[in-house]
Design a binder for this molecule. Structure first.
Ligand code: SF4
Length: 721
């Protein structure tokens, strides 16, 4: 236009200052073009011009109209107020460069000023709240106190290291045994540091079932100061409807959510609640007829502690830092505590892996096009650019149809959307995987492709950048170097520490029986030996025992060979419901004087992690074989990859992950200082150097390895008497 209209100017800088109470606010911007008659052009380029034009025509509050209205308001003083000046929005098709011009007609300068003043007042209010939040935190930091008069053995050293790490903005990997008081011991120093600096703490766990320990720790700390914690779960888990459909037309809780929250003063009222759990948020939201998920999002920036699943921090699309900061773009980075950190490498690998198959497009119009791309030969991977083009077309169609008059069935619209997200996610993974050896791309069947992330350390490290200090801890982080590498905590200044157990090591009798083998090819000959050893050992002392096997198939073989006699046997089954699991645990916890109870379960399963069975609830555990991951093409690729990278392929791909499960399962036995119990490791592979390197130090000093022909009865009886 510059060349065709005499006097036409481009890139016009505009600026205006207004007074709001005692605050002076300056607004500035740059208009794309100015005509000699004083009218402005704003040019917007898009790949979906039809969709944008429809939105602009139906929404007078669209940000582009507000932008033009702002230019007019900023230059209003230079014109006669009665004069109509035809500002224009020019929508350019980014592909064809064709233009459509829309005349601005929605806003007068006075209307815009009223709107603007309201917005600015809200922003100023929010900034005031933010400053008050930081001031409050700094004040509370001095008052925050450890809630007990005595610190547990080993806990002070643990807290001191965390305190030092936070102050150095450092990164710490900590093998911290049961009983050290990890949750409270990590949250207390981290929160104190965070509050002093006007920031927050994210406490992340691998499973929702582990939130309670963090919530309890927050509740304990709330005795000294009115701190605020919130636990975040996925939208589907918080939703008050049977199906998540968040439009105001479909969901009564979405309709008028923000007005209802503002009118009821809910955010202010909830600032007096120390611990907000998903259950309490759901109940509050239901009472006020608002959406619990949106309410959670509004609350997070106002809380000192956020408890959540790893997903919210480590999935590719997650942005926990932004959620915690809210509108505060200057917010300092929070501190992150990663509980049960031995789970994070696999979880992150899962986040960076995915698959797409032609069948995913069944029932949609994209079926043929996807089949063409995905049915490439086994040696030629699908072209990410072609998939990207399909995703773009899908998005165009979805947006056009949602903005247009065509009424689609809900079911079809959902299918299209689901497929769009699946294609987009897979395309991103596919593009990331090309020519990167930490990915493995495979075509397990015609029309299906899988991308497997073999090593997610770089992605975890990237996500860690969102936090000022990183504290990753667990009772199962050995060998420390393996987890340092897996978690990307490999800077020279990163610390890795193993703390001693606070319990007397003699309270756990660890027996290694290398005379049995659980190797696949030798299992058949060993089933009987293993069953009879278990049976003999549990007969020596009445009580509750657990036997952990490498798989359900192995467990079934044992269940068939163990004779109940005087003992009651409880058996975990594949895909057991939550209700059955809880019932089984309840039965197991029941004191049954004079009766022996034996639970058969799998390593890595529900009963092997995060279950607390103190005192007589569990007096012995049999760990039958290190449950090595199955040999699959993906596992074998991992082995090759880690062999090349660290010269320890088998250990990284098989031994260490298996040993983490074995140690976790055995860790159910000693839960506090008064507990006594036996741990029986059954398989010669437990005596390998790599397996031994995975054991906590306090086990190694007291382990008894059975010699050929040796009777263990004396050792075990001595321990019990
Ligand atoms: S708005 Fe909230 S309550 Fe309504 S469907 Fe969405 S998540 Fe569920």
């Amino acid at each position: 236009m510059k060349g065709t209209i005499p006097g036409y100017r481009t890139e016009i800088a505009l600026r205006k200052t207004i007074l709001l109470g005692k605050d002076e606010v300056t607004i500035q911007g740059r208009a794309d073009g100015l005509h000699p008659d004083g009218s402005y052009d704003e040019i917007k380029s898009t790949y979906r011009p039809g969709s944008l034009v429809r939105k602009l025509e139906s929404d007078p509050h669209h940000p582009y109209w507000l932008q033009l209205a702002c230019y007019r308001w900023m230059s209003a003083e230079s014109h006669d107020a009665t004069e109509e000046i035809p500002d224009r929005l020019i929508v350019v098709d980014a592909r064809s460069l064709e233009c459509e011009t829309l005349d601005a007609r929605h806003w007068t300068p006075d209307d815009f000023e009223s709107w603007l003043v309201k917005r600015l007042e809200a922003i100023i209010k929010r900034e005031g709240e933010r400053r008050a939040f930081v001031k409050r935190q700094k004040k509370l930091a001095g008052l925050l106190a450890f809630p007990f008069t005595e610190v547990r053995s080993g806990q002070q050293g643990f807290m001191d290291e965390i305190n030092a790490t936070c102050r150095a903005k450092g990164r710490l990997l900590g093998q911290a045994p049961t009983g050290i008081g990890k949750s409270l011991g990590s949250l207390f120093p981290a929160l104190k540091y965070a509050m002093e600096g006007g920031t927050k703490v994210a406490f992340l766990t691998p499973k929702n079932s582990q939130f309670t320990v963090a919530e309890n720790a927050a509740q304990q700390l709330a005795k000294s100061v009115p701190l605020r914690s919130i636990t975040l779960v996925a939208k589907a888990k918080l939703c008050l409807n049977d199906e998540v459909n968040c439009t105001p037309e479909s969901c009564p809780y979405a309709k008028g959510h923000y007005d209802k929250v503002a009118d009821s003063g809910l955010l202010r009222k909830l600032s007096r609640r120390a611990v907000l759990t998903p259950q309490s948020i759901k109940a509050i939201a239901k009472k006020h007829q608002v959406c619990p998920y949106t309410l959670s999002m509004q609350l997070i920036p106002r809380r000192d502690v956020l408890i959540s699943d790893y997903n919210h921090a480590f999935s590719p699309e997650s942005n926990l830092r932004a959620k915690m900061a809210g509108a505060d773009l200057e917010a300092p980075r929070p501190v992150v505590l990663v509980d049960e950190a031995h789970n994070l490498p696999d979880r992150a690998r899962d986040h960076w892996s995915g698959s797409l198959k032609v069948a995913d497009a069944e029932g949609t119009r994209w079926h043929r096009a996807l089949a063409k791309i995905l049915s490439t030969g086994a040696t030629t991977h699908p072209d990410p650019d072609k998939l990207n083009r399909i995703a773009t077309k899908m998005l165009d169609a979805i947006l056009d149809e949602s903005a247009g008059p065509v009424e689609k069935t809900r079911e079809r619209a959902n299918l299209d959307l689901e497929l769009f997200f699946a294609v987009r996610r897979f395309t991103a993974l596919l593009s990331a995987s090309i020519e990167r050896d930490h990915f493995f791309l495979r075509n397990p069947q015609p029309g299906m492709w899988e991308v497997h992330c073999l090593d997610a350390a770089a992605y975890i490290a990237e996500k860690f950048e969102d936090f000022s200090s990183i504290i990753a801890f667990s009772a199962t982080l050995k060998p420390l170097d393996f987890y340092r590498n897996e978690l990307g905590l490999t800077r020279p200044a990163d610390k890795a520490i193993e703390w001693a157990s606070p319990f007397d090591a003699v309270n756990q009798k660890t027996i290694l029986i290398p005379q049995v083998s659980t190797l696949w090819r030798e299992r058949e000959q060993n089933y009987g030996k293993i069953a009879s050893a278990i049976q003999r050992i549990v007969a020596m002392k009445t009580g509750h025992y657990m036997a952990f096997f490498p798989s359900f198939a192995f467990l079934d073989q044992m269940a068939a060979r163990l004779s109940p006699g005087d003992i009651e046997i409880l058996t975990q089954v594949p895909g057991q419901s939550l209700r059955d699991t809880a019932a089984m645990l309840e039965r197991f916890r029941e004191p049954l004087p004079g009766k022996t109870l034996l639970m058969l379960a799998v390593q890595g399963g529900t009963f092997a992690e995060g279950i607390d069975l103190p005192g007589d609830q569990l007096i012995g555990a049999f760990i039958v074989g290190p449950g090595l991951p199955a040999v699959t093409p993906v596992r074998e690729k991992m082995r090759e990859y880690f062999e090349k990278k660290y010269g320890a392929g088998f250990d990284y791909a098989y031994t260490y992950p298996a040993m983490a499960k074995s140690v976790q399962a055995a860790g159910r036995v000693i839960r506090n200082g008064d507990d006594r119990g036996i741990v029986v490791l059954m398989d010669r592979r437990f005596s390998d150097v790599s397996s031994m390197a995975s054991l906590p130090a306090h086990w190694i000093d007291h382990i008894h390895e059975a010699r050929p022909g040796e009777s263990l009865a004396g050792h075990i009886n001595d321990f019990w008497t």
